[in-house]
Ligand binder design. Structure first.
Ligand SMILES: NC(=O)c1ccc[n+]([C@@H]2O[C@H](COP(=O)([O-])OP(=O)(O)OC[C@H]3O[C@@H](n4cnc5c(N)ncnc54)[C@H](O)[C@@H]3O)[C@@H](O)[C@H]2O)c1
Length: 437
């Protein structure tokens, strides 16, 4: 099929490449000329494992092109809307200007029978609004809401082999003409058994925000338990192991640490609360306020704990922060708890050096006042304390014996509870995890 993908960021670039991989003829469109020039040269504009190899692979077939020109969408049968929906400045709600601009920009290029497929995460009600906008211009085009569940760091695999597809259509019916078209787009993953649910438009929009709210709640739940474990002298990692053995609970997403961040969970739960307020259902989501508050408290807790571990205050202390990305296998620093902690420590007078295998460029653009060093060994030299804040594999594998000779004082705060305390203590380190004795 001929497909256009509008918005080529973390979601759209991967989606465009994967659709071409599935055999479709794809044009990726973005307003960011630098991104388009990178993608046209089969260069990933951000770090995502496997993306560059996939881009090279599919561009050789001639099935994937990129442009900044919206008119290139003309002639496509299916148009995916993949632009950003960040948090509005100074407000909790989602900023819909990009989704609206992309849709309006697409209208003149829509033909009868075309499908517009929304993948961005949007406040419930958006799809119905866009559907009437589209039908005013092209009554024979259809809108589907098809939320995206990919995880950065696993985006290629998640797109080619998702857990499920959700199609929201205007009448919520399997017989809707758009269902068969989208089935053709996803023919290959559907044939290999990926389940697909057809819902009405608001349900499809809510599936995404509900899923992210659940995940955020699970993380904040275990972080609340970490607070309690600290107060009671218990170990949250053992507690998570034990409760996670109950099938109804499960061990995934029960990792106590510095909390969640990134370009999705924080802004999605806030936008969800804002939208619930508009709908007069704010009481239903007041618990998310607490989820958010628990999460933000983690960052303050790490700053306090660092001060405690330094003994005589933060002023002039050389602190090395391992990790800037909001999670490993990504260079995304949007609302990264690691960077937010690094910046708070710097503001309180510490001399902070940050290292990360992939995210230093993005980090330096966001917080230019921090010092960035690519090489881990160099970054750790003469550190008074080390903070592990993004659990990249290479940091998990650091040798405490070797490192003890590099730093000024062997003190480590394991913000992700991924190191073996016994091993580090045996190598002479003062080890602190979160929610662990
Ligand atoms: N990143 C993820 O892991 C992920 C996962 C699931 C869902 N989502 C959702 O997908 C959406 C996109 O997220 P992202 O992380 O890819 O954001 P992003 O900021 O990386 O990408 C958005 C892209 O849209 C482009 N854009 C903005 N306005 C445009 C326009 N009018 N026309 C064409 N392009 C335009 C921007 O230049 C940018 O490249 C969001 O709603 C997000 O919540 C993201």
């Amino acid at each position: 099929m001929r497909i256009s993908v509008i918005g080529c960021g973390y979601l759209g670039a991967v989606h465009a490449a994967c659709m071409a991989k599935l055999g479709h003829e794809v044009v990726g469109i973005d307003v960011d000329a630098r991104k388009i020039s990178d993608l046209s040269a089969a260069k990933a504009p951000f770090y995502e494992p496997g993306l560059e190899a996939l881009l090279e692979d599919v561009q050789e077939t001639g099935r994937l092109t990129f442009t900044t020109d919206m008119s290139a969408a003309a002639g496509s049968d299916v148009h995916f809307i993949c632009v950003g929906t960040p948090q509005k400045k100074g407000e909790n709600g989602a900023d819909m200007t990009y989704v609206d601009a992309a849709t309006v920009g697409l209208l003149p290029h829509l033909a009868a029978g075309n499908l517009v497929v929304g993948k961005s995460t949007v406040p419930v009600g958006t799809a119905a609004r866009l559907a009437s906008l589209i039908s005013e211009h092209q009554p024979d085009a259809h809108l589907v809401w098809n939320p995206e569940f990919l995880r950065e760091g696993h985006a290629v695999d998640d797109t080619l082999h998702p857990d499920r597809f959700v199609y929201g259509v205007s009448d919520g019916s399997e017989e809707h003409v758009a269902v068969a078209v989208l089935d053709e787009v996803y023919a290959s993953p559907l044939a290999s058994g990926t389940p697909r649910l057809v819902t009405d438009l608001p349900t499809a929009e809510l599936v995404k925000t509900a899923a992210n709210s659940f995940l955020a709640t699970k993380i904040s739940f275990i972080n609340a338990m970490a607070e309690l474990c600290e107060a009671a002298g218990a170990d949250v990692t053992r507690l998570a192991d034990a409760i996670g053995m109950d099938d109804r609970i499960g061990r995934k997403f029960l990792h106590a640490g510095i909390g969640f961040g990134g370009g999705c969970l924080p802004k999605d739960i806030r936008a969800f609360m804002a939208r619930a307020g508009e709908l007069g259902a704010d009481q239903a989501l007041t618990f998310l306020r607490e989820v958010d508050a628990i999460n933000m408290r983690r960052r303050t807790r790490v700053v306090e704990l660092t001060r405690e571990l330094c003994g005589d205050g933060l002023l002039g202390k050389r602190i090395t922060v391992l990790g800037a990305a909001f999670k490993p296998e990504s260079d995304d620093v949007r609302d990264s708890p690691a960077l937010s902690i690094a910046a708070q420590l710097q503001l309180q007078g510490a001399v902070v050096t940050v290292t990360d295998p992939k995210a230093l460029g993005n980090a330096a653009r966001r917080f230019p006042e921090l010092q960035y060093v690519q090489d881990v060994e160099t970054a750790l030299q003469n550190a008074d304390i080390v903070l592990l804040l993004t659990e990249w594999q290479e940091y998990r594998e650091l040798d405490p014996h070797v490192l003890a000779r590099t730093v000024a004082a062997p003190r480590i705060l394991d913000g992700r509870n991924v190191l073996d305390p016994a091993k580090w203590r045996a190598a002479g380190w003062l080890y602190r995890g979160l929610g662990r004795p």
